[in-house]
Ligand binder design. Sequence first.
Ligand SMILES: NC(=O)c1ccc[n+]([C@@H]2O[C@H](COP(=O)([O-])OP(=O)(O)OC[C@H]3O[C@@H](n4cnc5c(N)ncnc54)[C@H](O)[C@@H]3O)[C@@H](O)[C@H]2O)c1
Length: 254
Amino acid sequence: MSDFAESLNGKVAIVTGAGQGIGRRMAHGFAEAGAIPVIAEADAAKGRAVAAEIGGNRALFVETDVGDMASLAAMAEAVLERLGRIDVLVNNAAIFSTLEMRPFWQIPLEEWNRVLHVNATGPFLAARAVVPAMMQAKSGRIVNISSAAVPKGRPNYLHYIASKSALVGMTASMAHELGEYGSNVNAIMPGAIFTEVERKTISPEQKAAFMAGQSLKREGKPDDIVGAVLFLASDAARWVTGQCLVVDGGWVHR
Ligand SMILES: NC(=O)c1ccc[n+]([C@@H]2O[C@H](COP(=O)([O-])OP(=O)(O)OC[C@H]3O[C@@H](n4cnc5c(N)ncnc54)[C@H](O)[C@@H]3O)[C@@H](O)[C@H]2O)c1
């Protein structure tokens, strides 16, 4: 379908937190579709490595802390200077794989604040940094990465759930505010995705229960998310805005 296949060619797509895991695969997916991914990652070694994997001038790494407004402003400026445009922002960076699972009454306030800051304030700040360029171009796509754990509920990381829930309301409201400027804002709610990164947010028993509870009985992989992100970033989704798409192998049915 030409809308889908061709519309990303030559576009500039910022993917925050693309140094590993799902974001890394998204960066590759954009490059494979002919777009130029910007790896806006706080871990410089990992971000640089992903840009090198993609190779040549087909990707740009910019060291970026999504919790820091000045860092995001510098990133947007660098992208415009080097690539001349910003077409897509994927708000993927989050404190996730490093989280400790614990009952909410044991979450230290400092940790609660840090997770909310990076995971919810971060996407707000990143969107602020790119909207001037999108408004000027009278187009643009923002894709927020929420979680299927929001509609389903999951114990032991309430700060994370709170942060991903915030993105649901932010997505609908940002879509209303940016519509008149020709920009679409949507969210993806991934189910359990097993990446190259070990994490403490799922035990072997929970992993088995996850797969048993899904309609599709296999492990979710980063590649299973990429198609939905590319679709929402493409012209094929031009009439889709303010939506949250669950991509989870059929874990949540609503
Ligand atoms: N893996 C899953 O099962 C799953 C399920 C639902 C939603 N998600 C969401 O998908 C996204 C990617 O998940 P993942 O499994 O690849 O996570 P991950 O923890 O492996 O990767 C997160 C990336 O974000 C980066 N990052 C963290 N803080 C940052 C900051 N302040 N500035 C810039 N970069 C920062 C990290 O360095 C890392 O590269 C996250 O938003 C996560 O919440 C993941």
